[in-house]
Design a binder for this molecule. Structure first.
Ligand code: OAD
Length: 253
């Protein structure tokens, strides 16, 4: 792994325009469960039922009770970990431009990244199904479910349910960033949910180097990614930064 980390640091130092695509795995070390795999949310809850907009529209109380309430509570208590902080440090060093995240936890912004494309929305805000008003979680009373807006409408997380389109601006900008970058870091995603999983493919097709950071292989591995650094996001990012900082210092001399 040490050789791979050194190689990644050298590649990042040499890159012109670095973009990251992140998924649930980067927030696992912050105590937020992933969707797939052992202990994953979709192990416990059927995604095509409880993750689908049709179910929410039919039974918002049920979806709030089974899925949203606990997730919202976990996310509210979560803090960025070394994976998030590492990406924020890369931006501060001028080595990372944009993060495309599938996560709805807001932890990249909390860590300090300033250009974060929320591909699947954000759970820190709730949106009224009737008037479209957006409320911060702190302003939402969940003592009775589903919570309601001042206008009486049902509140829903400002995230993308299955059966809904990706926000137009997020999709457009992500495609542009993927095509523009010459390096994409793909951190903690199973890379199976489309269209997010297509972003590394766009990057690769446009000549970028694609590096995966994940304890497991994904459908990108060996096909669209140049190499996989097998490990947890926090430890790998710490390793990359430890190797990158002296390289950058040398360059600025
Ligand atoms: P998944 O739960 O599908 O995948 C999490 C990935 O993180 C897996 O590949 C794990 O091997 C990896 N992983 C686990 N722990 C890790 C760690 N400590 N460091 C790095 N990687 C780790 O999550 P996503 O790929 O984000 O969409 O899922 C994509 C979308 O599917 C989600 O945004 C959500 C879900 O259904 C919607 O809800 C619309």
């Amino acid at each position: 792994m040490t050789d791979m980390i050194r190689r990644a640091a050298e590649d990042i130092a040499a890159a012109e325009y670095v973009v990251a695509l992140t998924g649930a795995g980067i927030s696992v070390e912050s105590g937020i469960p992933p969707f797939r795999g052992k202990g994953g949310i979709w192990d416990r809850v059927d995604p095509m039922t409880f993750g689908h907009i049709d179910t929410f529209e039919e039974s918002p109380e049920k979806v709030w009770r089974v899925l949203i309430r606990d997730l919202k509570t976990i996310i509210e208590q979560a803090e960025p970990n070394d994976g998030h902080r590492g990406l924020a440090r890369l931006e501060a060093m001028g080595r990372l431009s944009t993060i495309i995240t599938q996560n709805v936890d807001g932890l990249h912004q909390a860590a300090g990244n300033t250009d974060v494309i929320e591909f699947h929305g954000n759970c820190a805000r709730q949106r009224c199904m009737d008037c479209g008003n957006r409320l911060a979680n702190s302003a939402v009373d969940i003592s009775a479910l589903p919570p309601r807006c001042g206008c009486g409408g049902v509140l829903r997380p400002d995230w993308v349910f299955f059966g809904e389109a990706i926000p137009e601006d997020a999709l457009r900008r992500s495609g542009q960033m993927a095509a523009r970058c010459d390096m994409m870091l793909v951190v903690g995603t199973s890379a199976i949910v489309q269209p997010a999983a297509h972003m590394p493919i766009i990057a690769k097709e446009n000549g970028a180097t694609v590096i995966e950071i994940n304890p497991e292989r994904t459908p990108l591995t060996g096909h669209f990614s140049d190499y996989l650094i097998r490990g947890r996001a926090g430890a790998v990012m710490n390793g990359i930064l430890a190797a990158l900082e002296p390289l950058m210092a040398e360059r600025s001399r």
